[in-house]
Design a protein around this ligand. Structure first.
Ligand code: C2O
Ligand code: CU
Ligand code: CU
Length: 466
């Protein structure tokens, strides 16, 4: 049996990468403990690779930010500068977007709106200082159905200045791939699904593995970070075998931690759980998503070693992120209506088109990443508070995401909302929700549904902060 010290020494604790078998290449979480300590910056090179997702098959033409395995987990420290060089090793244009980070517009990674395309063998330098701690992720913002669908989604973890006191920190990148039985990619979407809830993948993975098993310390305190980086799926997360506390959602600590029963996680959303692991060695916990057909396994956690005998009370509560509090008494309300749009074909663009328009915001379908995407949905005055009224006129759910600024959930016509601070709100069918923010970050910020088929067939726009 391993003692706590041996557990740490064996690299089992803390190194999510080692335990998860995440193969890290040019940049690795192993080689660069905290990416923002590498002063010259790190290299992120999107490229094709072959990788075995299904036993006995090699999936050809996957995409990652490394030469083997999934995109590296980037670990940064809050309030410390970070720099990365994107070197495009793909045969098509790309960019990198840092989902949920409140950073300057110039490094937001949206073609035309904030930066030029990065073509094959070209590079682009991103540098910023993450103002908030928590679980984020990074992905391209060009030809996203294809590039994310083939693998370009990675987790980004910004550490709190003071360690909260966990024994292990385990990031789980949850996503599907659309593969045939031979392990090869099949068509990424079906138009009739794109006009509805979106097209689901055929193989569910966690860190690019099917139902992986991780070793966790007996009686220890685990921080489990779940990120729904799939292009479509809304997970319904539950844990079987131990009590889990939800401590943060979309990188922001929840007002009061609460026990997890089943919680929805839409495309783009994240959840941090604090789990007190069982006292006996060899106990198995199941991380599951609830589906119509019953629970489906995402990953298993198995306790190993002597009993750490920790208590959740020993954890330091997560400090709230420094997101400005909206002034509701003086806020201007802006409606955003999400609806179907008359079907017409999409506009060709370097960053890809699905060839269809199914959706619209305020009746205007987004034309795609083109030189003239049209005017903003709204112009916001820097420093002012706004209430966004999100009106879902459709029978589908939409994880609605804003770049560059976080917002606070106020109310819904369907349910009671926690006053969460977030970057992605899961809007239920026919729901009307109000959220509030301070427009404190100048620039053009994309506002879109994170079901990528919706995003790419009209459900996108932007707001301008001046
Ligand atoms: Cu996850 Cu427009 O972003
Ligand atoms: Cu984003
Ligand atoms: Cu949507």
């Amino acid at each position: 049996m391993l003692t706590r010290r041996e557990f740490v020494a064996a690299g089992v604790v803390g190194a999510g990468a080692a335990a998860s078998g995440v193969g890290l290449a040019e940049l690795t979480a192993d080689r660069v403990a905290f990416a923002n300590e590498a002063s010259a910056g790190i290299l992120l090179k999107p490229q094709r690779l072959d990788h075995s997702l299904l036993p006995g098959t090699m999936t050809r033409g996957m995409m990652s930010y490394g030469v083997e395995g999934p995109a590296p987990v980037l670990r940064m420290k809050q309030d410390e500068p970070f720099a990365a060089e994107l070197l495009n090793g793909l045969e098509e244009a790309t960019t990198i977007h840092w989902h949920g980070l409140r950073i300057p517009n110039a490094v937001d990674g949206v073609p035309f709106l904030t930066q030029p395309y990065v073509y094959t063998n070209e590079s682009f330098r991103y540098h910023f200082t993450p103002p908030d701690a928590g679980t984020f992720w990074y992905h391209p913002h060009c030809n996203t159905l294809e590039q994310m669908g083939k693998g370009l989604t990675g987790l980004l973890i910004v550490a709190e200045p003071e360690d909260p006191g966990f024994d292990q920190d385990l990031p789980l990148n949850l996503r599907d791939f659309r593969l045939g039985d031979d392990g090869q990619f099949i068509r990424q979407f079906k138009p009739r699904n794109a006009a509805r809830g979106g097209t689901l993948g055929t193989v569910m993975t966690t860190n690019w593995q099917v139902e992986p098993r991780y070793v966790v310390p007996t009686g220890g305190l685990l921080r489990l970070r779940l990120a729904a980086t799939d292009v479509t799926r809304i997970y319904r997360i539950k844990i079987d075998g131990a009590d889990a506390q939800v401590i943060a959602l979309d990188a922001n600590p929840v007002p009061r931690p609460f026990p997890l029963t089943v919680y929805p996680l839409g495309a783009g959303q994240r959840m941090d759980l604090a789990i007190r692991l069982p006292n006996r060695e060899g106990q198995v916990l199941r991380v599951e998503t609830e589906s119509g057909a019953g629970p489906r396994l995402l990953a298993e956690l198995v306790t190993l070693g002597v009993d750490f005998n920790r208590s959740l009370k020993e954890l330091r509560p997560l400090p709230p992120n420094p997101v400005p509090e909206p002034d509701l008494a003086n806020a201007t309300t802006i409606p955003f209506t999400f609806s179907w749009s008359a079907e017409k074909s999409g506009v060709e663009s370097i960053c890809g088109t699905l060839g269809y328009t199914f959706w619209a915001i305020n009746r205007v379908p987004w034309p795609g990443d083109v030189p003239d995407p049209g005017g903003p949905l709204a112009v916001l005055k820097q420093g002012q508070s706004y209430i966004f009224r999100l009106i879902n006129e459709t029978p589908n759910s939409h994880p609605i995401h804003l770049h560059g600024m976080s917002f606070k959930l106020l109310r819904s016509n369907q349910r009671k909302l926690m006053p969460l601070v977030t970057d992605t709100a899961l809007l239920l069918p026919q729901e009307q929700m109000e959220v509030a923010l301070v427009a404190d970050n100048p620039g053009d910020w994309v506002f879109h549904c994170h079901v990528i088929e919706h995003q790419k067939s009209g459900l996108t726009g932007y707001v301008k902060v001046v």
